[in-house]
Design a protein around this ligand. Structure first.
Ligand code: FES
Length: 148
């Protein structure tokens, strides 16, 4: 292989890696949302952010999204359990208040290893208390997370 052929093949390989990286990143980012808080202390999330695709007139949904607002010290994970049934949990470990990581239905604490399920219940200590959860309501277009 001469230099020109090598550069040609290497260029396509690099483009392929870059394209895959951008696609992976966009999938990860699509689970994150900066949401507004209205004057009733409700975080407002468009229900459309849970929709991933429509196949044969059947919509597919994300299991969860993570919402943030600068006024909150921690993000909130919102699980979609069923239509009009959501669980909103503050991603703050009940042990020593470290921010939790979301791994599907398992929430893990990088500080000391506590784990919580998608209901906010302790699966593995040292944490002993459930996560803070919020009441949620929906209208035709939005999910509302009641912060107080
Ligand atoms: S702060 Fe999370 S386990 Fe200690």
């Amino acid at each position: 292989m001469n230099r020109k052929e090598f550069m040609h093949q290497c260029g396509f390989a690099c483009l392929g890696v870059m394209g895959l990286s951008a696609l992976t990143e966009s999938c990860a980012v699509s689970r994150q949302l900066d949401a507004s808080i209205n004057d009733r202390s409700q975080m407002q999330v468009p229900l459309s952010v849970f929709i991933t695709s429509s196949k044969n007139n059947r919509q597919q949904f994300k299991r969860y999204i993570i919402v943030r607002n600068d006024r909150l010290n921690y993000p909130i994970v919102v699980y979609r359990n069923a239509e009009n049934n959501y669980t909103a949990l503050l991603l703050r470990c009940s042990h020593q208040y470290n921010e939790l990581n979301v791994n599907g239905d398992l929430l893990t604490c990088p500080a000391h290893g506590s784990e919580f399920n998608a209901k906010g219940e302790v699966v593995h200590g040292p944490a002993e208390d459930k996560l803070r959860s919020f009441v949620t309501t929906v209208d035709a277009q939005n999910l509302f997370i009641h912060l107080v």
